[in-house]
Design a protein around this ligand. Sequence first.
Ligand SMILES: C[S@@+](CC[C@H](N)C(=O)[O-])C[C@H]1O[C@@H](n2cnc3c(N)ncnc32)[C@H](O)[C@@H]1O
Length: 156
Amino acid sequence: MRLRLICVGQKMPDWVITGFGDYARRMPPELPLELVEIAMAHRGKNPDISRLMQRECDAILSATGPKDRVIALEVGGRPWSTEKLAGQLETWQQDGRDVSFLVGGPDGLAEDCRKRADQQWSLSPLTLPHPLVRIVLAEQLYRAWSITRNHPYHRA
Ligand SMILES: C[S@@+](CC[C@H](N)C(=O)[O-])C[C@H]1O[C@@H](n2cnc3c(N)ncnc32)[C@H](O)[C@@H]1O
């Protein structure tokens, strides 16, 4: 099973590339974490935000496999503890479908992306900047995997 993180935003600063890469590299070969970056639609003067969000959403959905299990990252989604995430990971691995995590841009995810999602996951009630979301997500996936394997990385 592959994990795919589909994020709006390219050309990230070095600390974001390093932070994400550090955790993604720790994932085991049977559970690789891949990053797909979607170009942020240009916000000029008086932008039509709904149209731009829809454009970003269309690109996100094109990068999502038709059979993928889709998890939308949403401030208002369900809060999962790391242990709950580890349980989800084990459940997901049973049917083997790839899992795509969707992270929106500065204006969030358009409705079509929310509708495509099987589950909505909130990392915190705080609105986080999207570059930080990809690092937290990668760390939590690694930590959750470490729980499923009784690996010493996670100490309860
Ligand atoms: C800057 S936020 C967008 C804020 C936008 N106003 C909204 O309501 O979605 C960019 C993206 O980061 C993700 N995000 C930010 N904070 C989050 C959180 N606490 N939990 C889960 N995802 C979050 C979401 O995917 C969001 O679309």
